[in-house]
Design a binder for this molecule. Structure first.
Ligand code: HEC
Length: 504
């Protein structure tokens, strides 16, 4: 089957051959009516034959392509198929009518006799030639029309049905049935005035889901063409439950592990970014309104950074990398150089985050346990540290308390340290913490729930810990905009296929 898919994909390449050749055939048909171009007459038959043959090949590849999943149940595919087959048939018929047979073929026996009987009909000036001479324009018009229809229907399948006119002038877009909701919008001035659905959620969903969920290709019965279609849902009913991301099938599908069979977008298509997913979650939580500025809706603080980034309002140009969206980075005095030097000779790497900001990114890289002395130096940078990596530092709960006053800390890696819930509780005052990695620690559900109160937390990594799936699900329900990475569980991994014994 895979080989059929492989060949089938060449359909999108091969189709350009009949397209070009058939247009050329029609142009030739018109030209030969002018005395100047009469000499082109002998080219007509071979051109139509080439058009017909390549059209048949394209149809065959197209039928193979259609066996791929994601196309099967769609009416749009059937319409495209029918138009394509009709086009190939018309081209064959015209090629048949356009072919003039010469009287002296080197054929003997029964075949020769049959040829001799048919030849006068197909000869230049014969019945077929004369009839076609009168009806040629009909043939050309049918071929052109079918080519337009087939191409248009095919284009809709690959690009969504508004691809062609997406950037057309407004009246053209209205004519094409594009909802006003999808008109280009000016870039919002700031986060508070950005419209959560129109400026953030809709563009992301249109970009990533349109291909399979538009008005003509409604996979699973779902179209994301506009707010009304989105709220209507798919075959299994509504996919958005306003106010309740946890019960919204759409949100469930975009937050599954990407290996899950229900994960969207399907077939390895580019997914929404983590920020866009968080924005969708916040939008559903806010009641999935058709319009409404972020400032007017009640949006959790933690969701504002992701929404700002998804709206393109906070890039990483502040040097924050994958963090620090929303409010501008705090400005702090540069770190004390003597302390930095002492740290660097003791296994730390300290990097400035942005040219003019005093904020730093700190890594502890020594292959030994971190000492209280190390932590005392680190504490001198407590308002400067933005990112901190203490992976495998053999950090204890008591030592972890040192970090309690790190006001500007946004990203903290504590993976593979023997810390427990008691130690993690000391982090509950980190009001700017956005990402926390607790993988391979001794933390349990208790620690996870104390962490959940952190106002800006967006990402939490807790696999290989004492945390349970139930505990993580409880957290996810309480904080839908929070991305919790719990690793893959048995339920997420598709069951293995049948075991085939080796043959040798
Ligand atoms: C490559 C094609 C493809 C893309 C891209 C895609 N989907 Fe789907 N989607 C499908 C197919 C096929 C189904 C039906 C099968 C199923 O339910 O898994 C489906 C079903 C769904 C359903 C369930 C509808 C119902 O009621 O049964 C939801 C919700 C959904 N998709 C959301 C999305 C979202 C959100 C995106 C964009 C992030 C997206 N899809 C992108 C192919 C796609």
């Amino acid at each position: 089957m895979e080989f059929v898919y492989f060949l089938g994909r060449f359909h999108v390449l091969a189709l350009h051959l009949p397209l070009g050749i058939l247009v050329l055939a029609v142009v030739l048909e018109v030209l030969v009516r002018f005395p100047r171009f009469r000499g082109l007459q002998p080219a007509l038959s071979p051109t139509w034959i080439a058009g017909a043959v390549t059209a048949i090949l394209t149809v065959i590849l197209g039928l193979m392509h259609a066996t791929e999943s994601g196309f099967q149940d769609s009416d749009a595919v059937d319409a495209h198929k029918t138009a394509g087959i009709l086009l190939a048939l018309s081209a064959c018929l015209i090629a048949l009518f356009r072919t003039r047979l010469s009287p002296a073929p080197a054929l003997k026996g029964a075949l020769g006799a049959a040829y001799a009987r048919v030849q006068p009909l197909w000869a230049a000036g014969g019945v077929v030639d004369r009839s076609y001479g009168r009806l040629w324009a009909v043939g050309a018009a049918v071929v052109m029309a079918l080519m337009f229809v087939t191409g248009h229907l095919g284009g809709n399948l690959t690009h969504g049905d508004t691809y062609l006119v997406q950037y057309a002038p407004k009246p053209v877009r209205r004519l094409a049935g594009i909802s006003a909701e999808r008109d280009p919008r000016p870039r919002p001035k700031d986060l508070a005035s950005a419209d959560l659905y129109l400026d953030v959620v809709a563009p992301a969903i249109h970009q990533r889901c349109d291909g399979c969920h538009n008005d003509s290709k409604t996979s699973g019965g779902l179209s994301v063409a506009d707010h009304a279609a989105l709220m209507k849902g798919g075959e299994k009913g509504p996919v958005i439950v306003p106010g309740d991301p946890a019960r919204s099938d759409l949100f469930r599908r975009i937050t599954l592990p990407s290996s899950h069979a229900d994960y969207m977008p399907k077939d390895g298509k580019t997914p929404l970014t983590a920020d866009e997913v968080a924005a969708v979650g916040a939008w559903i939580r806010a009641g999935a309104p058709k319009e409404g500025a972020v400032g007017a809706l009640k949006i959790a603080t933690a969701a504002q950074g992701p929404i700002a980034r998804a709206a393109g309002l906070a890039g990483d140009d502040q040097g924050g990398g994958d963090l620090g969206g929303g409010p501008a980075l705090p400005s702090v005095p540069a770190p004390d150089q003597a302390t930095v030097t002492a740290m660097e000779t003791n296994g730390f790497i300290v990097r400035p985050i942005a040219p003019k900001s005093g904020l730093v990114d700190v890594d502890f890289t020594a292959r030994r346990a971190i000492t209280d002395e190390d932590l005392a130096r680190l504490a001198k940078l407590k308002s400067q540290v933005r990112k901190l990596n203490l992976r495998r530092a053999q950090l204890t709960d008591a030592q972890l308390k040192t970090l309690a006053g790190f006001d500007n800390l946004a990203v903290l890696r504590l993976d593979d340290n023997p810390v427990t819930d008691a130690g993690v509780a000391a982090l509950s005052g980190l009001k700017n913490l956005e990402s926390l990695n607790l993988v391979g620690t001794k933390v349990t559900d208790g620690g996870v729930s104390s962490i959940s109160a952190l106002p800006r937390l967006q990402r939490l990594y807790v696999w290989q810990t004492g945390a349970t799936k139930a505990g993580v699900e409880k957290l996810a329900a309480a904080r839908p905009e929070l991305f919790v990475d719990f690793g893959l569980t048995a339920a997420d991994v598709p069951p293995p296929g049948p075991v085939v014994p080796a043959l040798n």
